[in-house]
Design a protein around this ligand. Sequence first.
Ligand code: VGL
Ligand code: ZN
Length: 211
Amino acid sequence: MNAQLQPGEHDLLLVIDVQNDFCAGGALALPDGEQVVAPINRLAPRFAHVVLTQDWHPPHHQSFASSHPGRQPYDTIQLAYGAQTLWPDHCVQDSPGAALHGQLHIPHAELILRKGYRSEIDSYSAFYENDRSTPTGLAGYLRERRLQRLFLVGLATDYCVQYSALDARRAGFEVVVLLDACRGLNLDGSLAAALTAMHKAGVQIREGSTP
Ligand code: VGL
Ligand code: ZN
């Protein structure tokens, strides 16, 4: 590895939603979702600081199609805060699907940040809920700990990884997305759109999974 790119004291590996429901056999399985586990396990020991996020919905969450009679998963509806894609029931608090993938091995992770726990609001981003104004507290946590450059990996590239990356840029952090350690959903071209939006926002996008 290029010595200049050795992660340092102010760098963080932010591992987004590597949970059973987003992997093979899960309620909202992404194509090859589980394939992020091995590269993330290889990356993590190189970082002094690692934070994990966990999508963590109460039963009957507003983002579930089952909460809206007559609607199907992947329909889009208008909620008080704007457009919301409806999902199959997934990552229900304390269910096996909400657990982190069993092979994910990051014993030194310092924080597990749960999100999406308010019934009425979805939360793709690790920083803000989908109303774009309710903070999770992560920006303050990172600033207080002087963590400045964030390396993002996990699921899904075009949803929670993208939203987290864009919010992190807005909050003034340096952001690198390591694509080989991410997998996307790609609904209606959402993957290409996400890469374009992240690039425009100044997110560094690297094809590999090495920092
Ligand atoms: C996610 C859809 C619904 C994600 C979470 O982790 O990208 N996507 N909830
Ligand atoms: Zn969710």
